[in-house]
Design a protein around this ligand. Structure first.
Ligand code: LIP
Length: 295
C-alpha cells in the first residue's frame, strides 16, 4: 500500500486494478498505432490556440482509436480528450485522454512524445473538481508503459509484456535542496505567455542545478516519478496533459501541487508542480513568488 488516500468509491464490482489494466491496454495500443502507422509524411492538419499549437492527423486518429476502445469496454463512462472528445457518462467515471502529448516532438520526429490515458472521479472539466484513480503514460519511442493505480504504486513495464522484462517500481528522487535541483519545465504556445515564462526562467535558473525542457508534460511527470529529474513545474496545462502523470508521481511517493489553497491547490492551468514532499513546496514558492503562477 502507498501513502496516497484510498480510491473514492468505484461502481459496483469495479476495481482500481481492472481500471489500471485498461489504461495500460488502451495507452499501449494507441502508442503502437502512432509509431507503427505513422504516415511517410506527417504534416500539420490544423492549428489551435496559436500558429504553433498544431494538430496532426495522427493526433485525431489516435483519439478516435482511444474513444472506440473506451466505449467498447466502458460504455457508461465519460470521455474528455484533447482533440475534442467530450462525452458525458453516467457511471461517475471519466476517461481523460491525450492522444499524443508532445505533438511538436512527434511532428519533428524528436523521440519524446507519449499517449496519456487516465480514469478520474469528479468533474473533469472543473479545476480542483476531480482526482485520478488509475493512469498510464505509454512512450512509443522507448517501448515502455508507465502506470499507476490508487494505493497500488507506480510502475514502468515493457510495451510488450511477452518480452519478459520485469516491471520496475518507481520512486521520486530524495533531493531536498533547490540549489541541487534538476528542474524540468515547459512553455505555452502563446507568444505573450512565453515572454512571461521566459522572465520567470531568468529568475529561476540561477537558483537551481539546471533546467530540462523535454516537451511533454506527461513524460516530465514520469521523469519526476522515476527520479531522472528532481522536480517539474509548468503553467498552462490542461487536464489531459497531467491526469495520468499526476497519479504516477503520487504513487511514486511524490506530491503534485497547484498554485494556491483549496481548489487552487490541485494542479492545473495556473500552475503544476511535482517533486518529492520536501522539495515541492519550495519549487511552488519559487514559481508563485516569481509571478508566473497566474498563467
Ligand atoms: C504539450 C505539453 C508540454 C507543453 C507544450 C504542450 P501537447 O502538450 O505536454 O508540457 O510545454 O507546450 O502543451 O500540446 O503536445 O499535447
Amino acid at each position: 500500500m502507498t501513502g496516497t488516500p484510498p480510491a473514492p468509491d468505484l461502481p459496483e464490482g469495479l476495481t482500481v486494478e481492472a481500471l489500471q489494466q485498461l489504461c495500460v491496454r488502451f495507452a499501449t495500443e494507441a502508442a503502437r498505432f502512432i509509431r507503427d502507422e505513422r504516415p511517410e509524411r506527417v504534416g500539420v492538419a490544423a492549428t489551435k490556440s496559436s500558429e504553433t499549437d498544431v494538430v496532426t492527423v495522427m493526433d485525431r486518429r489516435s483519439e478516435e482509436l482511444l474513444h472506440r476502445l473506451i466505449q467498447q469496454a466502458r460504455p457508461d463512462d465519460g470521455i474528455l480528450g484533447e482533440e475534442g472528445a467530450d462525452v458525458a457518462g453516467t457511471s461517475g467515471l471519466t476517461w481523460v485522454i491525450d492522444p499524443i502529448d508532445g505533438t511538436v516532438n512527434y511532428l519533428y520526429e524528436v523521440p519524446a512524445y507519449a499517449v496519456s490515458v487516465a480514469v478520474v472521479v469528479g468533474d473533469a472539466h472543473s479545476q480542483g473538481g476531480w482526482v485520478p484513480v488509475a493512469g498510464a503514460v505509454a512512450d512509443p519511442s522507448l517501448r515502455l508503459v508507465h502506470h499507476a493505480g490508487r494505493g497500488r504504486g507506480a510502475w514502468t513495464g515493457p510495451e510488450d509484456p511477452a518480452s519478459g522484462d520485469e516491471p520496475l517500481r518507481l520512486s521520486v528522487s530524495g533531493e531536498d535542496r533547490l540549489g541541487r535541483t534538476l528542474l524540468a519545465t515547459g512553455f505555452g504556445y502563446d507568444p505573450q505567455v512565453r515572454a512571461r515564462q521566459a522572465e520567470v526562467l531568468l529568475r529561476v535558473l540561477p537558483l537551481v542545478r539546471d533546467i530540462r525542457r523535454i516537451g511533454s508534460a506527461a513524460l516530465d511527470l514520469v521523469r519526476v516519478a522515476e527520479g531522472s529529474v528532481d522536480a517539474y513545474a509548468e503553467t498552462g496545462l490542461n487536464a489531459w496533459d497531467l491526469a495520468a502523470g499526476w497519479l504516477i508521481v503520487l504513487e511514486a511517493g511524490g506530491v503534485v501541487l497547484g498554485a494556491g489553497e483549496g481548489e487552487a491547490s490541485a494542479p492545473g492551468k495556473a500552475l503544476t508542480v511535482a517533486a518529492g514532499p520536501a522539495l515541492a513546496p519550495e519549487v511552488r514558492r519559487l514559481f508563485v513568488t516569481t509571478g508566473d503562477a497566474a498563467g
